[in-house]
Design a binder for this molecule. Structure first.
Ligand code: ADP
Ligand code: ZN
Length: 210
């Protein structure tokens, strides 16, 4: 199954992607993680993306479309994949359609803006492997330490409150229209983000079964 997760930054797409990944055994493709890895490795693409990312702006469409094209061509995507953070604009969605990959389900996780701001302030990521945690909703086993690689957990620069507001604005202007785009294709299911991660997961799994 080929799945897209939509939703505002901090709505919990990444966390739900992990659950689906375990359940269906298909890879999660997160453009945000790919860009952050490129940045860490000092590649040209990473450097180009940095200023946009730090400002809470979108990286240009041609850059992310290129990333996705390459990634979807890899063999582990043959039996399905979960897209987390792509597409984020109508041109990106159109590019995906033009690549000839069929999307089966689009799940939009809805969280009110005021809760987004609250959630983002508690978000932490592993400096080393990029795994994502939350001080309240997804605590690591050991405070400040990654469960997977024992790396140090830090706050992402673009998770600081003022950047979060620009990201939300960009989300409403550029990404939210995708709900309509996929509703017209008959692929969209809206899931209300719940207080408890497991409750949201139950709704997401239900959406996948329908
Ligand atoms: P979140 O975890 O908040 O959903 P991501 O990690 O997906 O955020 O993305 C972080 C940043 O990376 C974005 O604010 C943007 O600058 C860049 N980015 C990621 N995916 C895309 C995309 N599909 N199009 C443009 N920019 C992107
Ligand atoms: Zn780690």
């Amino acid at each position: 199954m080929n799945i897209i997760l939509l939703g505002a930054p901090g709505a919990g797409k990444g966390t739900q992607a992990e659950k689906i990944c375990e359940f269906l055994n298909i890879p999660t493709i997160s453009t945000g993680n790919i860009i952050r890895a490129a940045l860490k490795n000092g590649t040209e693409m990473g450097l180009k993306a940095k200023s946009y990312m730090d400002a809470g702006q979108l990286v240009p469409d041609d850059v992310v479309i290129g990333i996705i094209k390459e990634r979807l061509a890899e063999s582990d995507c043959q039996n399905g994949f979960i897209l987390d953070g792509f597409p984020r604009t109508i041109p990106q969605a159109e590019a995906l359609d033009n690549m000839g990959v069929e999307i089966n389900k689009v799940i939009d996780i809805e969280v009110a803006d005021e809760n987004i701001v609250k959630r983002m302030s508690g978000r932490r990521v592993c400096e080393k492997c990029g795994a994502s945690y939350h001080l309240e909703y997804k605590k690591p086993d050991k405070e400040g330490i990654c469960n997977l690689c024992t790396g140090t957990l830090v706050q992402r620069k673009d998770d600081h409150p003022d950047t979060v507001l620009s990201r939300l604005k960009v989300y409403h202007e550029e990404t939210e229209p995708l709900k309509d785009y996929y509703a017209k294709q008959g692929k969209l299911t809206i899931v209300e983000g719940q207080e408890e991660v497991a409750d949201t997961t139950a709704l997401v799994f239900k959406a996948l079964e329908d």
